[in-house]
Ligand binder design. Sequence first.
Ligand SMILES: [Ca+2]
Ligand SMILES: [Ca+2]
Length: 251
Amino acid sequence: MKTKKMHGVLLAATTLALPVWAAPAKPAAKPTAKPAAKPAAKPAAKPAGKPSGMAEAKFVLPPPFYAGTPKQIRDTTAPDPKTTKPRGPVYLPIGATNVALNKPVTSSDDAPIIGTLSLITDGDKKASEGSWGELGFNTQWVQIDLQKPYTIHGVLLWHYHGEARVYRDVVVQLADDPDFITNVRTVFNNDQDNSSGLGLGKDREFYETNKGQWIPIKAQKARYVRLYSRGNTSDPQNQYIEVEVWGTPAK
Ligand SMILES: [Ca+2]
Ligand SMILES: [Ca+2]
């Protein structure tokens, strides 16, 4: 409507302003201006849509336990500030679900200091008292047995998120066997000085929040998922509240 009106106004203005002999030349100039502007605008809007064969993941998030900008945390590399901002839509292949729910969990520390390992896949992501399994000092891991191979598209991870702490040396690996010998793949590693000895990581550290840390994985087939950490900016222990593994049945 606006364009039509504008053209109407322009036409009227030019017709009035020009001598009669010049009028036929003007309509010829306008059609050339229109097609030049419109095709340029359309392709820019297209990439924002949903990719075909994919659906937006419906992550169920716990309530936030703190609000606002995290306080300056000393003795840390630079956590990604985006991790405290709302996450945009995540698209996964249609039919992807959390295949880690209620699956068995083992760890490097057989006797958690607080809680049980089963809390890590029980579906409860709240940061309230009694909702986490806490492993001992320094580098530790938790491992989920998906009980059969799945095609894995991502991991959604909540350490303790009752405050904006940062966990050290977060490494996520996939494997075909429980001892992590066969077909081991590292899909996330933010141990940038290799202090955990699993290799130099290039990923960034992140703040813990109620939305969890989403680790995208490009369709990797695996049965076992292992998550390492080496304490955090508040204490040297390793607290895990929930780990979701988003996957589809392996072909
Ligand atoms: Ca839990
Ligand atoms: Ca490190």
